[in-house]
Every structure is written in C-alpha cells, then in structure tokens.
Design a protein around this ligand. Structure first.
Ligand SMILES: Nc1ncnc2c1ncn2[C@@H]1O[C@H](COP(=O)(O)OP(=O)(O)OP(=O)(O)O)[C@@H](O)[C@H]1O
Ligand SMILES: [Mg+2]
Length: 319
C-alpha cells in the first residue's frame, strides 16, 4: 500500500497493491457458489412443479376416467382426496350423477309403463279380432270392445303426446291476462253435462265474480278438467268447486268430492306419472295438471276432507 500526498492541496490518495491471482481465485469461488445456488434453486423448482402438477393431474385423470364411466351409464359416486377447488368439482359431478341416475330411472320406468299400458288394449283388440275370425265371439260384443279399446288407446296416446309436449322446452305457453273465474265457470258448465250423465252434480262457489291472472287458457282448462274428471268418477253425489282470493294475493281453488277419498298410500304418489290407484285409468291426469299449474308459478296438493278427496290449487293473481 502506498500513500501519495499532493502538496498543492490537502488531498492525498492511497494505492493498494495486491496479487491478481488471489482475486481471480475469489471470483472463481464466487462463480462456483452462484452456480451451486442456481442449480439447487432449479432443482427445487423442478421438484416442486412436478409435485404440484402431479397433485392436480392425478385427481383430474381420475375424474376423466369417472366421466367416461358416466357416459356408459355407470352412475357411481366418486370420492377422491383433493384440494378445495377440485373437491368442489367432485361434489358437482356427484350431484350431476345423482340427477342423471334419477332421469335414467324415470325414463326406464316411463317406457315400461307406456309399453304396459299399450299392450293391454292391443292384446284385447287382437283376441277379439281373432274371436271374430274363428267365429267364437258375438260380433256385436267384439266390435264394441274393439271400439272401446281403440278409444282408450287414442286417449292414452293423446295424453302421452300432451305430456311430452309439456315437458319439452319448445312447448309454447300463451300467457295472457285472463279472467280465471270466468274460465272456471265455463269449465264447470262443460263438465256439468258429463256429471249429470252419471247422476252426479257439480256445485260452484266462486267469488269474487272476476279474478285476473296471467295464464294459458287452454292449459289451465285442461288441468281443471282433469281434476273434475277424477271427481266425477269417484264422487258419490257431488263435486264442489270453491275458489276465492286469499290474503297473499293468491287464488285458492279447492275441488272436492264426496267419494271414498284418496287411499293413504296413494296420497304420496298421485302426481307421479302412471301412478294409479283403485279404479284408476292411466295415471296421467294429475301429473299433467301439476306440470301446468307449476308452469303458472302455482302449487297443487291433494288430500282428504274426511268426506272425500280434495285437490287444492293456488295461483298468483295478475299484478
Ligand atoms: N277424486 C279422487 N278420489 C279418489 N282417488 C282419486 C281421485 N282423483 C284421483 N285419485 C287417485 O289418483 C290416481 C291418479 O289420478 P290421475 O288423474 O293422475 O290418473 P287416472 O285418473 O287414474 O288416469 P287418467 O290418466 O285418465 O287421468 C287415480 O288413479 C286414483 O287412484
Ligand atoms: Mg284422472
């Protein structure tokens, strides 16, 4: 080290002398340390990212396999240990599987029921037609049965088509503001004739005279007709139609009869497609009514009054 003073000023400088090979060695050591640090960091990053991708990809590939199984109608639930986001996905897939399973079952049951309902009248028509061919049945009786069964088949097919149209998203509902009580009077009047033919009476207590609601006239008439049709079949003497406005701005319609009432067992299922109890027909009328009422944001329930059956409908009044 050398100190150099500048005589013209107070400033001085210090000059260090050192061997360059030591500095070069220090530089080499530092480079090596940096290289090792870099290598370790890269190694840690690679290990961590492969751990992360494994953690995500393992449940995802399990899910993919599970989804492939679902497409082959294997409706098992899946449980895999995973992080929150993946767990949410797994839960949603399980909910979807549950729904798909119930649709699949409903479709199978529906097809079984339809084929059962179609087979019975077709067998009957066939056996009476064969009876005519071999001359073993009275022609008049056979013709009557064949005509009755054909009518039954036509009604069944009509109801099925109606129900499938109601189910489809494309089915147009012509919502318009209409007078619901006027519609009720009209349906009751049409059904009175049919009730009288079997010696029964339809009584109405519909107040106030006019109630406005937003609905599809044809479909609401169909729903009420289906309920009255049952009432006429089961009533001993009379069917009552009571309609009024309740406090919550709802229309409350109760159609009751003085028949045997619903069997306790039936009550849970009367709105299920093809469910029919004693003296039932196809078991479609009330499920059609339910579908229509719910499309009008209403509710429909069934019960017994103690003297017979009732169906209660609530519908919102138009604003
Ligand atoms: N007023 C009633 N009193 C007693 N039981 C009834 C009454 N209405 C319906 N039910 C029971 O509920 C079942 C379902 O009724 P729903 O109208 O859906 O079918 P259905 O009358 O048998 O056949 P359809 O498809 O021709 O209407 C009936 O089979 C019957 O057992
Ligand atoms: Mg019915």
């Amino acid at each position: 080290m050398v100190r150099v003073n500048n005589p013209s000023s107070n400033l001085s400088k210090i000059v260090f002398y050192t061997r360059m090979d030591k500095i070069a060695e220090l530089q080499r050591t530092m480079n090596l340390i940096l290289l090792i640090v870099l290598f370790v960091a890269a190694l840690i990053a690679t290990l961590f990212s492969s751990y992360l991708s494994k953690k995500i990809s393992t449940p995802l590939s399990k899910l993919c396999a599970h989804i492939r199984n679902i497409s082959e109608r294997k409706f098992n639930r899946i449980q895999i240990p995973a992080d929150d986001e993946i767990l949410e996905l797994v839960d949603n897939i399980n909910i979807m599987v549950e729904k798909l399973e119930s649709y699949d079952l409903a479709q199978k049951t529906f097809l079984q029921n339809v084929s059962h309902e179609l087979r019975t009248p077709i067998m009957s028509i066939r056996s009476y037609a064969e009876g005519i061919e071999y001359g073993v049945v009275e022609t008049d009786e056979a013709v009557k049965v064949i005509l009755d069964e054909t009518q039954r088949l036509t009604r069944l097919v009509e109801n099925l088509l109606y129900l499938s149209r109601l189910d489809s998203i494309e089915e147009p509902y012509n919502f318009e503001v209409l007078d619901f009580h006027e519609l009720l009077h009209y349906v009751a009047m049409r059904m009175k004739g049919i009730a009288q033919q079997s010696g029964k009476e339809i009584c109405t207590k519909i107040e106030p005279e006019s109630v406005r609601l937003s609905g599809d006239e044809e479909k609401l008439s169909r729903a009420i007709t289906n309920i009255l049709d049952n009432g006429i079949r089961y009533a001993r003497h009379k069917i009552e139609i009571n309609s009024r406005i309740t406090g919550e701005n709802n229309i409350e319609l109760i159609i009751s009869d003085d028949g045997p009432g619903f069997d306790t067992e039936d009550l849970k299922n009367v709105f299920t497609r093809f469910y029919k109890g004693k003296r039932g027909h196809f078991g479609l009328g009330l499920s059609i009514a339910k579908s229509i009422i719910e499309k009008h944001s209403g509710t429909i329930t069934a019960g017994n009054t103690g003297e017979g059956a009732f169906i209660k409908i609530t519908l919102p009044v138009a604003e």
